[in-house]
Design a protein around this ligand. Structure first.
Ligand code: ZN
Length: 334
């Protein structure tokens, strides 16, 4: 039964943005796509909330402001949990225990390595605050790596570092040492492939899609999918309509859960079920027909079941693969 499978699966969404500053109360059903009542209603059991900072000026003041913002956001996310109905989970074991206890799981991560400036001690500090991954870039190059979407408004050239910078390579090492996952969403293909080869634990693209089906610069192509498989990594297909389906400019994008599952199917056929997962990018632009907010999460599970995925496969897609990567990241920390 679809409902049984959904009800018993540890459903984890690996990328959810929050409003900042002045986030609305997540305990009340409110204006954001994601709040705890909608998670509860739709059986979304675990959410990775993101401490995000947009790319800004790469000087001391810009880096300091970004670091301060991320620190405050990580502390806020931790404060969304009460240790009972909502548990803040800093390890895979804590996440599984929260699920077993029937609690919602709150996780955190950092989006945009801009927030570390040139401080290689930042990953260890973020890890101590519970963060499970760092997305190396956002839109626009930073001092760590080239972005998949250079920003002319920031003075970006098409390519600045040729992938990862020397600092970016050190940052991957610092993330490994801290036990944080390396997220290559938003990173240029060159840097993504370099990070895959360099990282001592498998890398993840926490919110992406397949360029073979929709040629968007934020997606990853088949060569990148193959690189993820080669290192044991993971592509989390996300609910961003523009990554999933091409429509003529100015037209509404009708992408839905079926389109998401098309991208899941493509990645699974190309690199195997163990290297594919799911995310929404809710409150960061994500939402498709049938999965507009966490209350509608059963629709995505039902679409997977319709395509022939069983309970075991759905468990791996929703969280099993992410847990495996997170465990590997913890295991090589030092
Ligand atoms: Zn993003």
């Amino acid at each position: 039964m679809p409902a049984d499978i959904h009800a018993t699966t540890l459903t984890l969404d690996s990328h959810i943005d929050i409003r900042w500053p002045e986030p609305p109360d997540p305990l009340a059903e409110g204006p954001m796509r994601v709040d705890f009542p909608k998670m509860q209603r739709g059986g979304l059991r675990a959410a990775v909330f993101i401490a995000y900072v947009g790319q800004g000026k790469r000087d001391a003041a810009g880096h300091a402001a970004a670091a301060e913002r991320v620190d405050a956001m990580l502390r806020h996310i931790q404060g969304r949990a009460d240790g009972e109905a909502r548990r803040f989970c800093t390890t895979p074991d804590e996440l599984e225990a929260a699920h077993a206890a029937g609690a919602l799981a709150v996780l955190s991560a950092v989006e945009n390595g801009y927030a570390m400036g040139h401080d290689l001690g930042a990953p260890a500090r973020w890890r101590a605050l519970g963060a499970c991954y760092l997305t190396l870039t956002h839109d626009g190059h930073n001092d760590l790596a080239d972005s998949a979407r250079p920003q002319a408004r920031l003075g970006d050239t098409p390519e600045e570092h040729g992938g990862l910078s020397a600092l970016g390579r050190q940052a991957v090492g610092a993330l490994n040492d801290a036990g944080m996952l390396v997220d290559v969403s938003h990173v240029a293909k060159s840097g993504m492939l370099q990070a895959a080869a360099l990282s001592r634990s498998p890398i993840v693209a926490t919110h992406t899609a397949c360029r073979a089906l929709c040629d968007h610069p934020r997606g990853i192509d088949d060569e990148q999918l193959d690189a993820l498989k080669a290192v044991g990594g993971l592509a989390q297909i996300t609910a961003m309509p523009s990554f999933l389906k091409k429509v003529p400019e100015g037209q509404r994008n009708p992408a839905g859960v079926e389109d998401m599952v098309d991208h899941v199917d493509h990645a699974v056929r190309r690199i195997g079920l163990e290297h594919v997962g799911l995310s929404s990018d809710f409150d960061g632009g994500g939402a498709v027909e049938g999965w507009q907010n966490p209350a509608e999460t059963p629709n995505l599970t039902a679409a997977l079941i319709k395509r022939g995925y069983g309970a075991r496969e759905i468990g791996l897609l929703w969280s099993g693969n992410f847990l495996r990567l997170w465990r590997q990241a913890q295991a090589i920390a030092r």
